[in-house]
Design a protein. Structure first.
Length: 114
C-alpha cells in the first residue's frame, strides 16, 4: 500500500488545516489507519486513528480540536485540524495497517507560528 500525504503548511495559532492521505489500495479493506506526528527532536506520536468501521480515537492533546475521517470512494483519509497551537508543529505521517504489515506515507510538515 502506498500512502501520499498532503495539506501541510504554515498557519497562525488558532488557524485550521486539513491533511489528506490518498491510498493506492481501497481503504475499506484496511482495518486500521491513523495519523502520527513527529516534532523536532521528539519521538513519533499517535494523533488519531480510524478503523474500517469508522470508529475513531484521539490523543488527549488533540481531542476536541482534530477530527479524523475517511472517504472510501476516494481512498482518502483526512485530518481536520482546528484551533491549532504552536505545539502542534510537526511532520505529520499517514499510517495504515493491513494484514499485520505497517505502511507509512512520506510525511507533510505543519508549522504553527505567528
Amino acid at each position: 500500500v502506498q500512502l501520499q500525504a498532503s495539506g501541510g503548511g504554515l498557519v497562525q495559532p488558532g488557524g485550521s488545516l486539513r491533511l489528506s492521505c490518498v491510498a493506492s489500495k481501497a481503504i475499506f479493506s484496511i482495518n486500521h489507519m491513523a495519523w502520527y506526528r513527529q516534532a523536532p527532536g521528539k519521538q513519533r506520536d499517535l494523533v488519531a486513528t480510524i478503523t474500517s468501521g469508522s470508529s475513531t480515537n484521539y490523543a488527549d492533546s488533540v481531542k476536541g480540536r482534530f477530527t479524523i475521517s475517511k472517504d472510501n470512494a476516494k481512498n482518502t483519509v483526512y485530518l481536520q485540524m482546528n484551533s491549532l497551537k504552536p505545539e502542534d508543529t510537526a511532520v505529520y505521517y499517514c499510517y495504515a495497517n493491513l494484514v499485520a504489515v505497517d505502511y507509512w506515507g512520506q510525511g507533510t510538515l505543519v508549522t504553527v507560528s505567528s
